[in-house]
Design a protein around this ligand. Structure first.
Ligand SMILES: [Zn+2]
Length: 301
Protein backbone atom coordinates (compact mmCIF):
# COMPACT_ATOMS: atom_id res chain seq x y z
CA UNK A 1 0.00 0.00 0.00
CA UNK A 2 1.05 3.62 0.03
CA UNK A 3 2.61 5.75 2.73
CA UNK A 4 1.97 9.47 2.82
CA UNK A 5 4.93 11.78 2.95
CA UNK A 6 3.65 13.34 6.16
CA UNK A 7 3.98 10.09 7.99
CA UNK A 8 7.46 9.21 6.93
CA UNK A 9 9.32 8.05 9.92
CA UNK A 10 12.63 9.14 11.25
CA UNK A 11 14.46 5.90 11.43
CA UNK A 12 16.45 5.04 14.52
CA UNK A 13 20.16 4.89 14.00
CA UNK A 14 21.38 1.36 14.10
CA UNK A 15 25.07 1.78 14.65
CA UNK A 16 27.46 -0.87 13.60
CA UNK A 17 24.90 -3.27 12.23
CA UNK A 18 26.77 -6.04 10.59
CA UNK A 19 24.93 -7.97 7.93
CA UNK A 20 25.31 -11.49 6.73
CA UNK A 21 23.43 -11.48 3.47
CA UNK A 22 24.32 -15.08 2.89
CA UNK A 23 22.04 -15.98 5.79
CA UNK A 24 19.06 -13.99 4.58
CA UNK A 25 17.20 -16.88 3.03
CA UNK A 26 14.97 -18.34 5.69
CA UNK A 27 12.58 -21.22 5.71
CA UNK A 28 12.51 -24.97 5.60
CA UNK A 29 14.85 -27.12 3.63
CA UNK A 30 13.78 -27.85 0.10
CA UNK A 31 11.30 -30.65 -0.18
CA UNK A 32 11.62 -33.43 -2.68
CA UNK A 33 10.28 -32.30 -6.04
CA UNK A 34 6.71 -33.39 -6.52
CA UNK A 35 5.72 -32.67 -10.10
CA UNK A 36 2.08 -31.77 -10.56
CA UNK A 37 0.15 -34.67 -12.00
CA UNK A 38 -0.83 -34.24 -15.59
CA UNK A 39 -4.19 -32.50 -15.77
CA UNK A 40 -4.09 -31.42 -12.11
CA UNK A 41 -4.40 -27.65 -11.83
CA UNK A 42 -2.04 -25.89 -9.45
CA UNK A 43 -2.85 -22.21 -8.99
CA UNK A 44 -0.50 -19.75 -7.28
CA UNK A 45 -1.50 -16.25 -6.15
CA UNK A 46 1.21 -13.56 -5.98
CA UNK A 47 0.54 -10.22 -4.23
CA UNK A 48 3.12 -7.55 -5.16
CA UNK A 49 3.67 -4.48 -2.99
CA UNK A 50 6.57 -2.06 -3.55
CA UNK A 51 8.10 -0.84 -0.27
CA UNK A 52 9.87 -4.16 0.22
CA UNK A 53 11.40 -4.43 -3.25
CA UNK A 54 15.17 -4.72 -3.56
CA UNK A 55 16.73 -1.26 -3.47
CA UNK A 56 13.65 0.70 -2.37
CA UNK A 57 14.53 3.04 0.49
CA UNK A 58 12.24 6.12 0.42
CA UNK A 59 8.72 7.09 -0.63
CA UNK A 60 10.09 8.67 -3.79
CA UNK A 61 11.02 5.18 -4.94
CA UNK A 62 7.43 3.93 -4.80
CA UNK A 63 5.34 6.80 -6.16
CA UNK A 64 5.19 10.30 -7.60
CA UNK A 65 7.58 11.92 -10.03
CA UNK A 66 10.39 13.14 -7.78
CA UNK A 67 12.17 9.85 -7.16
CA UNK A 68 12.91 6.63 -8.98
CA UNK A 69 9.35 5.28 -9.21
CA UNK A 70 9.59 4.57 -12.94
CA UNK A 71 12.66 2.45 -12.28
CA UNK A 72 11.17 0.59 -9.33
CA UNK A 73 7.91 -0.28 -11.09
CA UNK A 74 10.16 -2.21 -13.50
CA UNK A 75 11.79 -3.90 -10.51
CA UNK A 76 8.30 -4.78 -9.22
CA UNK A 77 7.61 -6.59 -12.49
CA UNK A 78 10.98 -8.32 -12.43
CA UNK A 79 10.53 -9.61 -8.87
CA UNK A 80 7.02 -10.75 -9.81
CA UNK A 81 8.46 -12.51 -12.87
CA UNK A 82 11.04 -14.28 -10.71
CA UNK A 83 8.22 -15.51 -8.47
CA UNK A 84 6.17 -16.60 -11.51
CA UNK A 85 9.13 -18.56 -12.87
CA UNK A 86 9.68 -20.23 -9.50
CA UNK A 87 6.01 -21.15 -9.23
CA UNK A 88 5.94 -22.62 -12.74
CA UNK A 89 9.12 -24.61 -12.09
CA UNK A 90 7.31 -26.05 -9.05
CA UNK A 91 4.43 -27.16 -11.25
CA UNK A 92 2.05 -24.19 -11.22
CA UNK A 93 -0.42 -24.39 -14.07
CA UNK A 94 -1.92 -20.94 -13.41
CA UNK A 95 -0.46 -17.85 -11.76
CA UNK A 96 -2.38 -14.70 -10.83
CA UNK A 97 -0.42 -11.56 -9.93
CA UNK A 98 -2.26 -8.96 -7.83
CA UNK A 99 -0.67 -5.49 -8.14
CA UNK A 100 -1.07 -4.44 -4.49
CA UNK A 101 0.57 -1.04 -4.10
CA UNK A 102 -1.20 2.33 -3.92
CA UNK A 103 -3.34 2.72 -7.04
CA UNK A 104 -2.67 -0.93 -7.95
CA UNK A 105 -1.42 0.31 -11.31
CA UNK A 106 2.31 -0.02 -10.87
CA UNK A 107 3.37 -3.03 -12.90
CA UNK A 108 3.20 -2.17 -16.59
CA UNK A 109 1.21 -5.05 -18.11
CA UNK A 110 3.71 -5.66 -20.90
CA UNK A 111 6.50 -6.12 -18.38
CA UNK A 112 4.86 -9.16 -16.78
CA UNK A 113 5.64 -12.72 -17.80
CA UNK A 114 2.80 -13.56 -20.20
CA UNK A 115 2.29 -16.94 -18.57
CA UNK A 116 0.66 -15.11 -15.62
CA UNK A 117 -2.52 -13.06 -15.46
CA UNK A 118 -2.40 -9.58 -13.90
CA UNK A 119 -5.11 -8.22 -11.59
CA UNK A 120 -4.60 -4.48 -11.95
CA UNK A 121 -6.39 -1.44 -10.52
CA UNK A 122 -8.17 -0.55 -7.30
CA UNK A 123 -11.19 -2.62 -6.33
CA UNK A 124 -14.09 -1.71 -4.10
CA UNK A 125 -14.13 -5.07 -2.36
CA UNK A 126 -12.67 -5.70 1.10
CA UNK A 127 -10.00 -8.11 -0.15
CA UNK A 128 -7.98 -5.18 -1.54
CA UNK A 129 -4.40 -6.49 -1.88
CA UNK A 130 -5.82 -10.02 -2.09
CA UNK A 131 -8.50 -9.31 -4.67
CA UNK A 132 -8.87 -12.41 -6.80
CA UNK A 133 -8.02 -15.00 -4.13
CA UNK A 134 -10.38 -17.92 -3.70
CA UNK A 135 -10.31 -21.57 -2.74
CA UNK A 136 -9.09 -22.66 -6.17
CA UNK A 137 -5.54 -21.49 -5.25
CA UNK A 138 -2.97 -23.75 -3.57
CA UNK A 139 -0.41 -21.21 -2.36
CA UNK A 140 0.09 -17.47 -1.78
CA UNK A 141 3.35 -15.55 -2.29
CA UNK A 142 4.06 -12.02 -1.04
CA UNK A 143 6.60 -9.90 -2.95
CA UNK A 144 7.83 -6.40 -1.99
CA UNK A 145 6.17 -6.54 1.44
CA UNK A 146 6.99 -4.32 4.45
CA UNK A 147 6.48 -4.34 8.22
CA UNK A 148 3.50 -2.85 10.07
CA UNK A 149 3.20 0.71 11.39
CA UNK A 150 5.50 1.44 14.30
CA UNK A 151 7.95 -1.39 13.64
CA UNK A 152 11.47 -0.31 14.67
CA UNK A 153 14.34 -0.83 12.25
CA UNK A 154 12.11 -1.40 9.25
CA UNK A 155 11.96 0.13 5.77
CA UNK A 156 8.89 2.33 5.11
CA UNK A 157 6.93 0.55 7.84
CA UNK A 158 3.19 1.33 7.76
CA UNK A 159 -0.19 -0.40 7.78
CA UNK A 160 -2.33 0.34 4.75
CA UNK A 161 -1.98 4.11 4.87
CA UNK A 162 -0.24 6.72 6.96
CA UNK A 163 -3.28 7.25 9.18
CA UNK A 164 -3.22 3.81 10.79
CA UNK A 165 -1.40 3.54 14.13
CA UNK A 166 -2.37 -0.08 14.76
CA UNK A 167 -4.86 -2.63 13.49
CA UNK A 168 -5.62 -5.72 15.54
CA UNK A 169 -8.08 -8.58 15.38
CA UNK A 170 -8.77 -10.64 18.53
CA UNK A 171 -5.83 -8.92 20.19
CA UNK A 172 -3.35 -9.80 17.43
CA UNK A 173 -1.68 -6.72 15.93
CA UNK A 174 -1.54 -7.28 12.19
CA UNK A 175 0.74 -6.06 9.40
CA UNK A 176 -0.64 -6.02 5.86
CA UNK A 177 0.85 -9.46 5.36
CA UNK A 178 -1.01 -10.63 8.46
CA UNK A 179 -4.52 -9.63 7.45
CA UNK A 180 -3.85 -10.61 3.86
CA UNK A 181 -2.83 -14.05 5.16
CA UNK A 182 -6.13 -14.16 7.07
CA UNK A 183 -8.01 -13.48 3.81
CA UNK A 184 -6.14 -16.33 2.13
CA UNK A 185 -6.81 -18.51 5.17
CA UNK A 186 -10.50 -17.86 4.81
CA UNK A 187 -10.25 -19.90 1.59
CA UNK A 188 -7.89 -22.48 3.08
CA UNK A 189 -4.86 -21.16 1.21
CA UNK A 190 -1.48 -20.88 3.01
CA UNK A 191 1.12 -18.16 2.56
CA UNK A 192 4.26 -20.05 1.59
CA UNK A 193 6.80 -17.31 0.80
CA UNK A 194 7.49 -13.65 1.54
CA UNK A 195 10.07 -11.29 0.03
CA UNK A 196 10.69 -7.89 1.60
CA UNK A 197 12.91 -6.25 4.17
CA UNK A 198 14.34 -8.18 7.10
CA UNK A 199 11.68 -6.74 9.44
CA UNK A 200 8.69 -8.07 7.48
CA UNK A 201 10.20 -11.50 7.04
CA UNK A 202 10.78 -11.72 10.80
CA UNK A 203 7.33 -10.25 11.54
CA UNK A 204 5.44 -12.69 9.33
CA UNK A 205 7.41 -15.67 10.58
CA UNK A 206 6.48 -14.60 14.11
CA UNK A 207 2.84 -14.34 13.14
CA UNK A 208 2.29 -17.20 10.70
CA UNK A 209 4.82 -19.66 12.03
CA UNK A 210 6.73 -21.44 9.31
CA UNK A 211 6.94 -19.42 6.13
CA UNK A 212 9.72 -19.40 3.56
CA UNK A 213 11.18 -16.10 2.46
CA UNK A 214 14.04 -13.85 1.56
CA UNK A 215 15.06 -10.56 3.14
CA UNK A 216 16.28 -8.52 0.18
CA UNK A 217 17.57 -5.68 2.40
CA UNK A 218 18.35 -4.70 5.97
CA UNK A 219 18.11 -1.26 7.56
CA UNK A 220 21.03 0.78 8.84
CA UNK A 221 19.46 3.97 10.16
CA UNK A 222 17.63 5.47 7.18
CA UNK A 223 19.79 3.54 4.73
CA UNK A 224 19.61 0.00 3.48
CA UNK A 225 22.19 -2.68 2.94
CA UNK A 226 20.68 -4.99 0.40
CA UNK A 227 20.91 -7.44 -2.41
CA UNK A 228 21.23 -6.27 -6.00
CA UNK A 229 18.01 -6.62 -7.98
CA UNK A 230 19.50 -9.58 -9.86
CA UNK A 231 20.57 -11.38 -6.68
CA UNK A 232 17.17 -10.70 -5.11
CA UNK A 233 15.37 -12.10 -8.14
CA UNK A 234 17.56 -15.20 -8.14
CA UNK A 235 16.73 -15.77 -4.46
CA UNK A 236 13.01 -15.19 -5.08
CA UNK A 237 12.94 -17.59 -8.05
CA UNK A 238 14.69 -20.32 -6.10
CA UNK A 239 12.75 -19.67 -2.91
CA UNK A 240 9.29 -19.60 -4.51
CA UNK A 241 10.03 -22.85 -6.34
CA UNK A 242 11.13 -24.41 -3.03
CA UNK A 243 8.13 -23.06 -1.12
CA UNK A 244 5.48 -24.02 -3.69
CA UNK A 245 6.91 -27.54 -3.89
CA UNK A 246 6.76 -27.70 -0.09
CA UNK A 247 3.27 -26.12 0.10
CA UNK A 248 1.84 -29.03 2.10
CA UNK A 249 4.10 -27.97 5.00
CA UNK A 250 2.40 -24.60 5.39
CA UNK A 251 -0.87 -24.01 7.19
CA UNK A 252 -3.55 -21.46 6.27
CA UNK A 253 -3.52 -18.60 8.78
CA UNK A 254 -6.68 -18.26 10.85
CA UNK A 255 -8.04 -16.60 13.97
CA UNK A 256 -11.13 -17.85 15.75
CA UNK A 257 -14.36 -15.98 14.92
CA UNK A 258 -16.00 -13.73 15.90
CA UNK A 259 -13.41 -11.23 14.76
CA UNK A 260 -13.03 -8.32 17.19
CA UNK A 261 -11.25 -5.43 15.51
CA UNK A 262 -9.51 -2.56 17.28
CA UNK A 263 -8.29 0.17 14.93
CA UNK A 264 -6.18 3.06 16.19
CA UNK A 265 -5.76 6.00 13.82
CA UNK A 266 -4.08 9.39 13.92
CA UNK A 267 -7.11 11.22 12.53
CA UNK A 268 -10.57 9.90 13.38
CA UNK A 269 -14.04 11.16 12.44
CA UNK A 270 -15.18 8.43 10.04
CA UNK A 271 -18.07 6.03 10.52
CA UNK A 272 -19.13 2.51 9.60
CA UNK A 273 -22.39 0.82 10.52
CA UNK A 274 -21.94 -1.10 13.76
CA UNK A 275 -18.50 0.34 14.53
CA UNK A 276 -17.95 2.14 17.83
CA UNK A 277 -15.60 5.06 18.38
CA UNK A 278 -14.31 3.71 21.68
CA UNK A 279 -12.09 6.74 22.28
CA UNK A 280 -10.73 9.55 20.14
CA UNK A 281 -8.83 7.83 17.37
CA UNK A 282 -9.88 4.28 18.30
CA UNK A 283 -12.63 2.24 16.69
CA UNK A 284 -13.95 -1.18 17.61
CA UNK A 285 -16.04 -3.50 15.45
CA UNK A 286 -16.88 -7.18 15.82
CA UNK A 287 -18.37 -9.58 13.30
CA UNK A 288 -18.29 -13.31 12.53
CA UNK A 289 -17.54 -12.25 8.92
CA UNK A 290 -13.85 -11.43 8.35
CA UNK A 291 -14.55 -9.62 5.10
CA UNK A 292 -17.08 -7.41 6.92
CA UNK A 293 -14.36 -6.54 9.46
CA UNK A 294 -12.01 -5.65 6.63
CA UNK A 295 -14.72 -3.52 5.05
CA UNK A 296 -14.95 -1.65 8.37
CA UNK A 297 -11.16 -1.28 8.45
CA UNK A 298 -11.13 0.11 4.91
CA UNK A 299 -13.93 2.58 5.70
CA UNK A 300 -12.47 3.83 9.00
CA UNK A 301 -8.72 3.89 8.32
ZN1 LIG B 1 2.71 -0.36 -0.83
Amino acid sequence: MSLSVTTRRTWCALAGAALALSSLCVGPLAAQPRPARAGTPLKVFISVDMEGLAGVVTNGDVGGTAGDYQYFRKIAAQEANAAIEGAIRAGATEVLVRDSHGSKQNILPGDLDPRARLLRGASTGPKNMMEGIDSSFAAVVFIGYHAKAGTPNAILAHTSNGNVVDFSINGVSLPEGGYNALVAGLYGVPVVFVAGDRAVVDQLRGLLGTVDGVAVKEEIGTAINGLSPQAAQDAIRTGVERAVRARARYRPYALTPPYAMVLAVRQGGKSFEGAVAASPGTYTFTSPDLLRVLAAFNALK
